[in-house]
Design a protein around this ligand. Sequence first.
Ligand SMILES: [Zn+2]
Length: 399
Amino acid sequence: MNRVLCDVRGPLPGPTLVGLGGMHGNEPAGVRALEAVAAELSGDGLLRGRFVGLAGNLPALATGVRFVDRDLNRIWDVEGADDTAEATQRDELRRELARIRADSDGPIHLVDIHTTSGDGPPFTVLGDTLANRAMALVIPVPMVLGLADALPGTLIDSQDAAGIASLAFEAGQHDDPISVEHGADALWLLLGWLAMIPRRDLRVRTPRRRLTRATRGFPSAVRLVHRHALESTSEFRMRTGLRSFAAIKRGEVLAEEDGGVVRAPASGHILLPLYQSSGDDGFFVGRPIGQSWLRVSEALRRRRVERWLRFLPGILPEADPGSGGAAAFRVHPFIRRVFFPSLFRLLGYRATPLPDGRYLLVRRSEPDEVEVPPPDSQPRSSEDVNAPTSPPPKVTRDA
Ligand SMILES: [Zn+2]
């Protein structure tokens, strides 16, 4: 399998949609979905812009395992090579993304397509920025906030700082053929939203109907309230028959671990219950978020309320040129406890504990706040020296 599954360009300039499949080698449905969409777009299927499909972990995809040495989707916050297969994969993907960026005329949107070991409806996972939310709202499936904060080093988490709107789309169960269809549905909806294909096209309307039907009865948005992390040595066995988004009650037995039982620490919805041998997370618990919360937080962020936070007691802005000191704060634990859930979270901050007992609150950047370097200053790999100078052919498919 090639890294670049497809690279389709429309006759007019426009946005770029990048789809990634197979970040985990046992999740080939994303690759299949990208291939299916590219096959329909080739010829003159794309009105404007550019649609690129990338394959994630090539050696793991070749053998059908989640990863070779370590999880490729937990090392995007790390720089520098090590001797794992995944560090090489990450660096190759970074170079590919830099090349795409240097050669795109419009804004870039990225969707990372995954599947799950357990059964459940499709859903999106995103860092809580307005740009990412706008993208997620196009796909009529539950939106999960807070999961991207609980899992450091994911690809989508690394994109906010680069000014690229992104989300992960969980298409369904690994081996369920419908997961390929759902992955393609998400891509068609995004292509329509970005006006890269006609918005009233059947290729947009049918996916919307199908995903709406597949997620009927599920909450439209949930926030992560608990992550059950696993030690590498722990013997973990999920109770059978739990689906993502199933309602759970506090105290309910969810799994067996090292001879004991694991009970739900809170009522809510179970997310990503682990039904495979590899993975660092047993399950997550989410709670529904109201539409009013989403609306209020959007209004506050549009009014740039974070500019006034520095006047609260116990809050020290962290030096950060370019954001007027509003992107990061160092706060006392008491301030975090009192203000974080009600105020900082509404404004899109996340909290990291510091060694001195305080917390660092950092806000993700919106794409329009990120200065994109001009193409000339992009890192160029040696391969580019030999790249043709003529425009690329309209359609290149080498899946
Ligand atoms: Zn995955």
